[in-house]
Ligand binder design. Structure first.
Ligand SMILES: Nc1nc2c(ncn2[C@@H]2O[C@H](COP(=O)(O)OP(=O)(O)OP(=O)(O)O)[C@@H](O)[C@H]2O)c(=O)[nH]1
Ligand SMILES: [Mg+2]
Length: 362
């Protein structure tokens, strides 16, 4: 999984990036690192991995991984090459989702590009750039599609009609994600084109440590909801400070601030909700336990295919039990002995928290 962090200059993107990537480093068993100063890799926290580790003999535990890209602030006219311009935009064409950091904190020491605080205006500035970049992209794609549609293939005409609808939507100032959401086929085509506004968007409201009211966040949430996104409030500076503390101090400070969950957990949960993801697990003969995030509603053969394409091609059946059964029975063999290991076929829809053993014809 990969996400890009976008927003205006000084919105707090790098501060959040640091808070999220350092939070991951404390998990001692994982070899996490920052690939380059702007790309970080963090483990996806999941308490079910602790349950698995406690009850299943294993050499290693591999959580799911989130790759975060911290992108330089987007300025007006980036799509025309201002600031880092197109370089910036090409950075984020391959991500699964975007985190859009929106400044809501007051601080006279930190300049605002537009001289004043207005979260919805700021969002619109950034999204206008994304829309303009997408319009340029789709105009190029439309030209090609028009030529192709002269041929008799129905497929080419279907594509042209989708691109035309997408162009009309973008020209109206609306994100391509609204069209992608209506149909998974559309989603695939539009994402494949590299449309930025086809990405799911998590709006992160970067709040004061103790915000005096929620008006700014409410405005962001309303905007998010009308544009197919989700909004999450946090204070990046505070979270970055927490990430620097050792475990005991962090726990104490979080309690004193009435913060129940670490920032990484909150952000990941919001992202899973936004992308409609669930997690299943695999355990292999004393060697490893692994978490696999995937879209909810995926059937067993396609879930197996995430691990290896051969598993999908040769899929025979899956042996499945929920992680919770381990807590009840104590071990995989006890789960099996209690008859709680289910045999599922190719139509089985894998559930969040399933442990799956796939059987396949090699
Ligand atoms: N008061 C306050 N300051 C913050 C907060 N988050 C970030 N800052 C400060 O705002 C300034 C800019 O933060 P960065 O995280 O570097 O902003 P950025 O979005 O990465 O900026 P660019 O990379 O220039 O686009 C720094 O001085 C931060 O310490 C916050 O929640 N509260
Ligand atoms: Mg930065």
């Amino acid at each position: 999984m990969k996400t890009g962090i976008i927003g205006l200059p000084n919105a707090g993107k790098s501060t959040l990036f640091n808070a999220l990537t350092r939070a991951g480093v404390s998990a001692e068993q994982y070899p996490f690192c920052t690939i380059d100063p702007n790309v970080g890799v963090v483990p996806v926290p999941d308490s079910r991995l602790d349950i698995l580790r406690a009850h299943v003999e294993t050499g290693a535990v591999y959580p799911a991984i989130l790759q975060l890209v911290d992108i330089a602030g987007l300025v007006r006219d980036a799509h025309k090459g201002e600031g880092l311009g197109n370089k910036f935009l090409s950075h984020i064409r391959e991500v699964d989702a975007l985190f859009h950091v929106v400044r809501c904190f007051e601080d006279e020491q930190v300049a605002h590009v537009d001289g004043s605080m207005d979260p919805v205006r700021d969002i619109e500035t950034v999204e206008t750039e994304l829309l303009c970049a997408d319009l340029q992209l789709i105009e190029g794609a439309l030209e090609k599609a028009r030529r192709a549609a002269r041929l008799p293939e129905q497929e080419a005409r279907t594509r042209l009609s989708l691109l035309e609808r997408c162009h009309a939507l973008l020209a109206d100032g609306r994100p391509a994600r609204l069209l992608a959401e209506s149909d998974p086929e559309h989603a695939h085509t539009l994402r494949h084109l590299g449309l930025l506004t086809a990405r799911r968007m998590l709006y992160i409201a970067n709040m004061d440590e103790a915000p005096s009211d929620s008006a700014r966040f409410d405005a962001i949430r309303a905007f998010a909801e009308s544009n197919g996104g989700v909004a999450l409030p946090l204070c990046a500076r505070l979270e970055a400070e927490l990430a620097e503390l050792d475990e005991a101090d962090r726990t104490e400070m979080m309690a004193s601030l009435d913060l129940k969950e670490p920032v990484l957990d909150r952000v990941i949960q919001a992202m899973f909700d936004l992308l409609g993801l669930i997690t299943f697990f695999t355990t292999t003969g004393g060697k490893e336990i692994r978490a696999w995030p995937m879209a909810a509603g995926t059937r067993a053969p396609q879930a197996a295919g995430i691990i290896h394409t051969d598993f999908e091609k040769g899929f025979i059946r899956a042996e499945v039990y929920p992680v919770s059964a381990l807590e009840q029975y104590g071990s995989e063999s006890a789960v099996r002995a209690a008859g709680k290991l289910r045999i599922e076929g190719k139509n089985y829809v894998v559930q969040d928290g399933d442990v799956c053993h796939f059987l396949f014809n090699p």
